[in-house]
Design a protein around this ligand. Sequence first.
Ligand code: HEM
Length: 136
Amino acid sequence: MQISRPDEQYGNGDTSFKAAGGEAGVRKLVNDFYDQMEQLPEAKIIREMHSADLTESRDKLHLFLCGWLGGPRLYQEKYGGMSIPKAHSHLKIGEHESKTWILCMQKALDKQAYKESFKRYLITELRRPAEACRTL
Ligand code: HEM
């Protein structure tokens, strides 16, 4: 009988970063995430909060998530420390906007060749900062 390992395995060290495919894997996840934001009609509300050109947003989220997943702290090296709530304090983010962000991320995760257990772990973990971004 196969015993499935608990999701907690991902929280330690750089296990999550590795499970996400390292820098290249995180880059692909972030690109797919912003592609979803550009394509999904229901994501229009959060797409419009961003600049017309998403290059910098794609770049920053990639750098940030590498460190957040336990990998190299690339965002910090380039921009210094950041607080997720502060970085979003000028935006109108309520429950709907937060859930829409998570929806884009879920759809991006669906496209990745990650283990199902890692996809479930990651979307659960991301709900916390997505909730912390709320200003409404
Ligand atoms: C809850 C829904 C969210 C919305 C609607 C949202 C929206 C945005 C927008 C519009 C920007 C660009 C801000 C600007 O240029 O003025 C931004 C930046 C950023 N967001 Fe989010 N975001 C959300 C959640 C998250 C989460 C959960 C994370 C991390 C796990 C995250 C990480 C970042 C980062 C790293 C930046 C760049 C900050 C900077 O250096 O300026 N965001 N977000």
